[in-house]
Design a protein around this ligand. Structure first.
Ligand code: RB5
Length: 148
């Protein structure tokens, strides 16, 4: 199950990703927003991040104008590794090296075609593990307020 969310700036690319998920038989839960009316992106980042951190959803996709604000908000939830991606290389590497669990994209930065391409790469790329496991453990320590 994929958790989806967006503000008004990301609504259009979120809908394009939703269509791609439907066409490919990938289950999703859409946490809104449901129109281009102006809204506050943390209100959409939060339920998506909670759904991913609780394992209700395996991965999440969040969209706002730049992808930045919604990623900052999502990354405040424990266990979330939300990554803003604007190209194919980053979408692949953030899964392989960072085990990112939320892809963030900007509707004022990339078009719907690129958003679908990045979502497809993100959802079909595995974490490499290996030397990256220790790096994620260090991030977790920082998250827990420990010294590293
Ligand atoms: C909304 O205008 C815009 O600030 C938001 O979508 C996002 O780009 C924030 O980072």
């Amino acid at each position: 199950m994929i958790a989806l969310g967006a503000d008004h700036g990301g609504y259009e690319i979120k809908e394009a990703v939703k269509k791609y998920l439907e066409e490919n038989g990938i289950e999703y839960k859409d946490f809104g927003t449901y129109s281009t009316d102006s809204v506050d992106y943390p209100r959409y980042a939060y339920p998506v991040a909670k759904a991913v951190s609780s394992k209700e959803c395996e991965l999440g996709i969040l969209c706002c104008g730049t992808g930045i604000g919604i990623s900052i908000a999502a990354n405040k939830v424990k266990g979330i590794r939300a990554a803003v991606c604007t190209n194919e290389f980053c979408a692949e590497m953030t899964r392989r090296h960072n085990d990112a669990n939320i892809l963030c994209m900007g509707g004022r930065v990339i078009d719907s075609e690129m958003a679908v391409k990045l979502a497809d790469i993100f959802l079909h790329t595995e974490f490499e593990g290996d030397r990256h496991i220790n790096r994620l453990a260090l991030i977790e320590k920082i998250e827990n307020g420990e010294e590293i």
